[in-house]
Design a protein around this ligand. Structure first.
Ligand code: GLC
Length: 477
């Protein structure tokens, strides 16, 4: 089977969040199946173009019709020996030779161009996939354009589309006039494109793609509920017959404590004393008290409301009275950044605020910390808890989305479960879960058993890849 995986980011080329990890690891895992070809498409961003270590080859160029415009597109490919997994890059310096991936005034037009260019490129490559797997609003126009403009083109007819939602919050909303001025869609497409007095690309993709998925089973249920759907619950309920939840995995080669080159000391479930060495190293690096007997809790997150940072803020004084260490790594809203900085200044032996995104520090924190805190209001999947578990670091999570699916509550009687959980979005319920974690930390026998068991948790893509195959086949066969 031939799969075209369309994304606006994919590690290691370009990454701003979880989508970048998924768009790297999932195609890699899919391409390992027999009789499979996977092509990943990305915009040829400035950061990729300017990277002297990347070797891309020019393939061709063509013109992309977009409403009244005819726009240049160059097609490049990463030099690779792996025939089954290829990376293609859509070039247009006007749209993509800019800093950052998103946040420009014309993002709608940029990604409309990108989506159309992907479809156009197929005839220039003479390569037609069985399935186009589009992700998030940036590639949501692929199923729309495919139906509107290519359905009478013989070689495009057999192509099926899967649209995966990584986060309901970002739907790609633009003014109503966008439909004809930028997209050039015929008048009768307005009903599909419009929602709530604007053009909504995610809604249009839900309508037009053959199948819709999201990144955990629980989130697939949650987004049919107004609390989680950011307005699209009705649309999702109406299309629930073609909606699935497939939980993300992680790249277990990149995140492997036995071989991770970024760690102070590599370790396995059988050499947990070496995890201690990572903890001491981290305490020294961050200027915290060097103590083995104090639980260290880390948050590696964007500092924004829906990640539950407001809950942490509400009980910071309580946390600082408890005998624990708290390490924050991430950037985000100014109010939270300042708040954590202020606490770190007042409680320097037990609190460290690293208002940066630093990949090496993040790996060292996964390895050195005892617990990882994720009190998200909404979490479609979440990768941090999966990575943390691989490094024997126990999650404390709110029971939502992928957190609920991957971190069942620990039961001391049976030894089952992966971490400490709470249900209501409430700061004191969270504090209670933190304290349950801290208390188990001091019960060494159960603690070590839990560490070993979360390290054995299978967070590879194996099972989920099979579920994606089932979806692809259900559309194609
Ligand atoms: C988004 C979601 C996150 C998910 C990631 C990859 O960033 O917020 O929960 O893990 O996409 O699917």
């Amino acid at each position: 089977m031939k799969i075209l995986f369309a994304s606006s980011e994919a590690a290691p080329y370009i990454k701003t969040g979880g989508l970048g990890d998924v768009a790297s690891a999932l195609p890699k895992a899919l391409a390992e199946s027999p009789n499979t070809e996977v092509c990943v498409f990305l915009p040829y961003y400035k950061a990729i173009k300017d990277d002297p270590d990347l070797e891309l080859e020019y393939i061709t160029n063509f013109t992309v019709p977009l409403a009244w415009r005819n726009v240049y597109a160059g097609l490049f490919r990463a030099v690779s020996k792996r025939k089954k997994l290829q990376y293609y890059f859509i070039d247009n310096e006007y749209y993509f030779y800019r800093d950052g991936c998103y946040g420009h005034y014309d993002d709608g037009e940029r990604f409309a161009f990108y989506s159309k260019a992907i479809l156009e490129s197929l005839q220039h490559l003479d390569w037609y996939p069985d399935v186009i797997h589009a992700n998030d609003w940036q590639t949501a126009l692929i199923p729309v354009f495919l139906r509107a403009f290519y359905m009478n083109v013989e070689k495009y007819k057999p192509i099926h589309t899967l649209f995966t939602i990584h986060n309901m919050e970002y739907q790609g909303r633009f003014p109503n006039a966008f439909v004809d001025e930028v997209l050039g869609l015929p008048e009768d497409w307005k009903g599909t494109m419009h929602f709530d007095s604007c053009t909504n690309l995610m809604k249009a993709a839900i309508h037009t793609s053959d199948h819709v998925s999201t990144v955990s089973r629980t989130y697939a249920h949650e987004i049919q509920d107004p609390y989680y759907a950011h307005g699209l619950h009705g649309v999702l309920r109406q299309h629930s017959y073609k909606l699935s939840g497939v939980v993300n995995g992680i790249d277990t080669e990149v995140f492997d404590p036995a071989t991770d080159p970024l760690l102070y000391s590599d370790f396995t479930a059988d050499t947990l004393e070496k995890k201690q060495e990572n903890k001491r190293f981290l305490q020294e690096r961050l200027g915290l008290a060097t103590r083995d007997d104090v639980p260290m809790i880390v948050m590696i997150t964007r500092l924004v409301g829906h990640k539950g940072v407001d809950l942490v803020q509400a009980v910071m004084d309580d946390l600082m009275r408890d005998d624990l260490q708290l390490v924050i790594i991430g950037t985000g809203e100014r109010q939270y950044e300042d708040m954590f900085r202020a606490y770190a200044a007042n409680f320097s032996a037990k609190m460290s605020a690293n208002i940066i995104f630093d990949n090496t520090l993040a790996h060292q924190a996964y390895a050195g910390a005892d617990l990882v805190l994720m009190p998200s209001k909404q979490e479609p999947c979440g990768l941090t808890q999966l990575i943390a578990m691989r490094y024997g670091t126990i999650p404390i999570v709110r029971e939502t989305g992928g957190l609920f699916d991957t971190v069942p509550a620990f039961n001391i009687e049976t030894g089952e479960g992966n971490g400490f959980t709470f249900k209501s979005y409430n700061a004191h319920d969270m504090l209670d879960a933190v304290r349950r974690g801290v208390s188990l930390f001091h019960d060494k026998e159960h603690w070590t058993a839990l560490q070993k068991s979360v390290m054995a948790y299978d967070s590879s893509w194996k099972r989920s890849v099979q579920e994606y195959w089932d979806i692809y086949h259900s559309m194609v066969d």
